[in-house]
Design a protein around this ligand. Structure first.
Ligand SMILES: Nc1ncnc2c1ncn2[C@@H]1O[C@H](COP(=O)(O)OP(=O)(O)OP(=O)(O)O)[C@@H](O)[C@H]1O
Length: 504
């Protein structure tokens, strides 16, 4: 009964809405006190670095000095085997390395140790390890220790979901690239925000493939973040100090694409006044990101295949063979397999680029990412437009999470920019979100505006939309809205909108 009481208290402890680490630390402190344990800790397994890090601990005098690899010491053994280990006397167990907390000799003689895995079943029904829960216990008989081990295993089940979030938090640090180098590859100063399991799996895949030279094919709807992920692959690769060159194959007419990819010699065609290097040459010893790869003509596809296979190119109108050492990342939202059947995409090129395909799910398939992304964009645009907006109202959050986001993250980003622009309060509310997101019942749950205020909000929205489109040109806005310049000017002053903000 005693154990049950403590487990019940643990469940209650976790139900308080406290920050994750604080809640878990408190829980370990509480359990240690009630159970008479000397110390407790929770070590998290980072699947990317393959190291085990002590993240939460209670009662130790020292800050942990060591991370373990799977198989190393007792902790590493638990991760490897996914089974609990009982050490009746710490000092008698050669596998007990005592490196993280450096207990003194007396303690090693006086203490027993139990380490149990923190597991959760994944979608395939397999047990996935997130961490190891440990306790330093004043020496007890093996029988009692076995009982304690069962108790700790139950506690591990209770904290498993929380531990999985800690693991996500730990792995995220690998994806915060040190941006701001200002190289010619126009790397965006952006970080990848996610909290869904699906994205976290993708990030693990990315970090595994990035250091190799393998060609990566990013697949997913428009606006899902393929370009951002291509940037992350470059940043995590061995050629991160080399250039990252991007080419959107859909942005150029077919006859220009080859010269864009491979360059041209002076006089190769009308208008080729100078010799020009292509993207392949520019990406030498770096990464070439080919977006919308399915848009390439069959002819360009053949040349691309040769460049990838042989590592050599020829400029348009040139004889010389130029060696290139380039890591390729491709992206498409098109069904390549169908295009192959329709003879619009070369099968051999498909096999060559499909070495490591990564499917990025649509935003509606990973709804856990919506809120963190919305908050991220809110912070970003509030800062950019110098507004003091602190949060998103609960009904507005509901709208954001329910919407099906056909334009994916890009649409969410635009939606938050617009919301920040038209919001003159400290909170983003449903009426700051575009009409496409509104449904009768959801918008009714937010604060109802008096008629005059609602009209004013609507006017502001229209004005801001038009100013954005016209890049701050008020004459153009007047024309667009079929109103006189005088009226537009008056309204803009009335609502305290600064048209200069829209000049880009
Ligand atoms: N996980 C994310 N965290 C932060 N920003 C993101 C994330 N995913 C996408 N974005 C942002 O959303 C916008 C669209 O993303 P991106 O251009 O990478 O999509 P895409 O899949 O390459 O689209 P397209 O296929 O149309 O080229 C970008 O501004 C990008 O920075």
């Amino acid at each position: 009964m005693h154990y049950l009481d403590i487990l019940k208290e643990a469940v209650l402890e976790l139900s308080f809405s406290k920050p994750l680490r604080e809640g878990l630390t408190h829980l370990l402190e509480h359990v240690a006190k009630k159970m008479g344990y000397r110390h407790m800790s929770l070590a998290i397994f980072d699947p990317i670095s393959q190291m085990i890090e002590f993240t939460i601990y209670s009662g130790y005098a020292k800050v942990p000095q060591k991370t373990y690899a799977p198989g190393e010491g007792i902790i590493g053994q638990v991760v490897k085997e996914k089974k609990p280990i009982i050490v009746p006397v710490m000092g008698d167990e050669p596998r007990f390395l005592n490196l993280a907390f450096n207990r003194d000799i007396q303690d090693l003689k006086r203490l027993s140790f139990i380490a149990v895995p923190v597991l959760l079943k994944n979608n395939d029904g397999l047990a996935e390890i997130f961490g190891v829960l440990t306790a330093d216990i004043p020496r007890r008989s093996l029988e009692i220790l076995k009982e304690q081990s069962e108790f700790l295993e139950l506690l591990a089940i209770i904290i498993a979901r929380h531990t999985s979030y800690l693991q996500d938090e730990l792995t995220k640090k690998h994806f915060l690239p040190e941006f701001g180098k200002g190289d010619e590859s126009e790397v965006q100063k952006e970080k990848i925000v996610f909290s869904s399991k699906a994205m976290s799996k993708i990030m693990t895949q990315i970090s595994q493939v990035a250091p190799s030279k393998a060609t990566v094919l990013l697949r997913g709807e428009s606006g899902t973040g393929k370009e951002l992920i291509a940037e992350a692959i470059h940043k995590l690769s061995k050629v991160k100090d080399g250039p990252l060159i991007k080419l959107n194959c859909a942005a150029l007419p077919a006859d220009l694409i080859e010269s864009e990819l491979f360059g041209h010699e002076k006089g190769a065609f009308t208008g080729a006044i100078h010799t020009k290097k292509g993207k392949f040459e520019l990406a030498h010893k770096g990464t070439l990101f080919l977006d919308e790869i399915a848009e390439l003509s069959l002819e360009a596809q053949a040349k691309l295949l040769r460049a990838i296979q042989e590592g050599e190119i020829q400029r348009v109108g040139g004889e010389k063979v130029i060696q290139v050492d380039v890591r390729i990342v491709c992206a498409t939202h098109q069904p390549l397999e169908k295009l192959i059947q329709e003879k619009k995409f070369r099968e051999d090129l498909y096999f060559r680029i499909n070495v490591f395909p990564v499917y990025i799910p649509a935003l509606r398939e990973r709804r856990d990412d919506i809120l963190p992304l919305a908050e991220h964009f809110l912070e970003y645009y509030a800062n950019e437009y110098n507004k003091k907006i602190k949060r998103i109202s609960t009904p507005a959050i509901d709208l954001l999470v329910q919407y099906h986001w056909p334009g994916n993250v890009r649409e969410l980003k635009n939606c938050m920019e617009r919301a920040v622009l038209i919001c003159n309060e400290e909170v983003i509310r449903t009426y700051h979100l575009p009409p496409t997101l509104q449904t009768a019942e959801s918008s009714a749950t937010d604060i109802q505006l008096p008629f005059a205020e609602a009209v004013a909000k609507f006017e502001q929205e229209i004005l801001i939309e038009a100013l954005k489109k016209a890049k701050g040109n008020m004459l153009q806005v007047a024309r667009e809205l079929k109103a006189s310049y005088r009226v537009i000017n008056y309204k803009i002053k009335k609502y305290n909108i600064n048209p200069k903000k829209f000049v880009r």
